[in-house]
Ligand binder design. Structure first.
Ligand code: AMP
Length: 283
């Protein structure tokens, strides 16, 4: 496994691999890998001749008072997991090289970036779209894998890839959960044992809404009220957003269907967690 931090070196290697006719599968991450990331890497291993993992905590997708400085890092462990998943190249660019003085370009996917996490984190998806475009240009992937865990992020990246005619096949992968239902996230490492138990209210709210929907309840306001009640019963939990939206357009819905997205962000103490489900999909 090759570890590359120089952007030029990554891009030259990718271009020469492409000239040799090799296909490149790419998994972009912010590191502190867990089984969710590993599932993307394993599928990437299957889909490309060369598997590239990037680890980059992207400063421009973090707001002023967010966790950029304390975002968890463990390069040694990440490399071990990457190796176990058959990764060929770990790309670890530096922020100074990604955003040198004078940098002033931004990619904005207008409507899809506005609601949900875009409303709580202004500019977040511009930062995501911009860094993913840059990483695509550096890594030259044929296929790139993203998790449904960050549902809106995946929608933004799909839209951007289509709108800008980027020659990359974007693959969405199922959410990997802990045995008790908590969606895996690098940020789960911030939770104290007590908070870790409180954090189960996100997946429990999802389960409740799925059950009520399967039982015939189609009113968005009724379903949201039930989920809200479950979450607010948890003293450590503060809802950032809890919404039912069309899974393609992210427009709000009054009546839910199989293609409705339930998306939520909840603060547990100081840790903001997100989760989601599309009601008609297998959980
Ligand atoms: P991150 O390092 O949090 O930026 O995530 C990197 C990629 O892994 C993104 O495409 C995420 O959606 C994906 N990912 C993170 N957590 C999970 C999970 N629990 N299940 C599936 N994919 C995940």
């Amino acid at each position: 496994m090759n570890i590359i931090s120089a952007i030029q070196e990554m891009q030259s290697l990718a271009l020469s691999l492409k000239r040799e006719g090799k296909t490149i599968a790419f998994v972009p991450t912010m590191g502190f890998l867990h089984e969710g990331h590993a599932s993307l890497l394993r599928e990437g291993r299957r889909l490309g001749d060369v598997l590239v993992l990037s680890i980059f905590v992207n400063p421009i997708q973090f707001g002023q008072n967010e966790d950029l400085e304390r975002y968890p890092r463990d390069m040694e462990r990440d490399c071990r997991i990457a190796r176990e998943c058959g990764t060929d190249i770990v790309f670890t660019p530096e922020a100074a090289g990604m955003y040198p003085p004078g940098f002033q370009t931004s990619i904005r996917v207008r409507e899809l970036s506005l609601p949900l996490c875009g409303a709580s984190r202004p500019g977040h998806f511009d930062g995501v779209a911009t860094v993913v475009t840059k990483l695509f240009n550096m890594v030259q992937p044929d296929v790139a894998l993203f998790g449904n865990k960050d549902y809106q992020q995946l929608a933004v990246i799909r839209r951007m890839t289509h709108d800008l005619n980027l020659p990359v096949r974007v693959i969405g992968m199922p959410i990997v959960r802990e045995a008790d239902g908590l969606a895996m996230s690098s940020r789960n490492s911030y939770l104290s044992p007590v908070e870790r138990r409180s954090a189960l209210c996100l997946s429990r709210a999802i389960r409740l809404v799925r059950e009520r929907f399967a039982g015939g309840e189609h009113s968005a306001s009724t379903l949201l009220a039930a989920a809200r009640e479950l979450i607010t019963a948890e003293p450590a939990a503060v809802i950032d957003y809890l919404e039912l939206r069309d899974s393609a357009s992210l427009a709000p819905v009054d009546l839910v269907s199989d293609t409705t997205l339930l998306a939520l962000a909840v603060k547990i103490g100081t840790t903001r967690l997100i989760d989601n489900t599309v009601l008609g999909d297998t959980p």
